[in-house]
Design a protein around this ligand. Sequence first.
Ligand SMILES: Nc1ncnc2c1ncn2[C@@H]1O[C@H](COP(=O)(O)OP(=O)(O)OP(=O)(O)O)[C@@H](O)[C@H]1O
Ligand SMILES: [Mg+2]
Length: 321
Amino acid sequence: MATTAENGFKIEHLNVSYMSRGARVNALKDFSLSMKENESVGLLGESGAGKSTVGWAVLGMIEEPNIVTGSIGFGGENVLSMSKSELNEYRWKDAAMIFQGSLNTLDPLTTVGRSLVELLMYKHFCKTKEEAQELSLKTLQVLGLGESTMDAYPHQLSGGMRQRVAIAMAISTDPSMLIADEPTTALDTITQASILRLISKLRYEKRIRNVLFISHDVAVHAFLADRVIVMFRGRSVEEGSTKEVVKNPLHPYTKLLMSSVRIDSSKEAVIAPLGEEESSERGCPYLNYCPHAMAVCADSFPEVTTVTEGHTVACFLYGGK
Ligand SMILES: Nc1ncnc2c1ncn2[C@@H]1O[C@H](COP(=O)(O)OP(=O)(O)OP(=O)(O)O)[C@@H](O)[C@H]1O
Ligand SMILES: [Mg+2]
């Protein structure tokens, strides 16, 4: 099994275009990300920013007629060049995903135990059914679920328990990369907090190592992500340690995001409504909403500027060319 420790995990210049009924949607534009061993990185941005698309691309799930270019390096291999059988080997054993809305997509006609056993057998992770049953039970216990959960159907479980089962499915094969797409959205606040604490505990215990957290919620990233990438309309506009980005946001869009979660009377509010307006393909996608827009912003997308160590921004206000 490849691990991110061997040659790390690196997305370089990823472009994804969906071809839907003759129309083209450019969901990711020149998107790059790299992750160190045992790091957790968060993707933050509003609906449609392309966050889930990053996750699907990492699992090699974007197929023709959609177009993917760039590279996704995992353990020295490019995921985008893998054959079907290589992808089948890589998915779940190397990289697994808790899909957005997964707490509602567990098979309603299959017990939790059977779903887990089928996954472990299908992925050849266990040699015998007994071994798979034992591992399923152990994994559920790690997630605070009792033995009776094995025989339960999804509708017999609460939302929080179903999300724990979805996490169990994703970590049962011991992947070195876990993509968690909106793992707490749609849960009540108390259950959200318990799931966040659980994921944090799993990381602390090294039960999960590299994690790519996808959420539109700044609080989730503040709790779980070492580093955060702010995305707007398919582009990465700012990146830095979560602490630094929350405390000292640079890009006007990040400032808007932070001001919407922070009540700070000493600072002028920068909240402006974001609409469905088509953003410029050539220039900065935030151009139409930016209170600081300049002529140059319409001409090209700014290069990434390093403002302080590890804190980068793509904005002409900071000297991007
Ligand atoms: N299969 C598809 N076919 C066509 N367009 C798609 C497809 N999947 C996603 N898109 C479009 O790609 C863009 C990025 O979508 P994506 O789901 O990655 O965003 P997101 O940041 O995860 O949003 P959300 O927060 O709502 O989950 C959106 O404009 C979306 O409508
Ligand atoms: Mg999404």
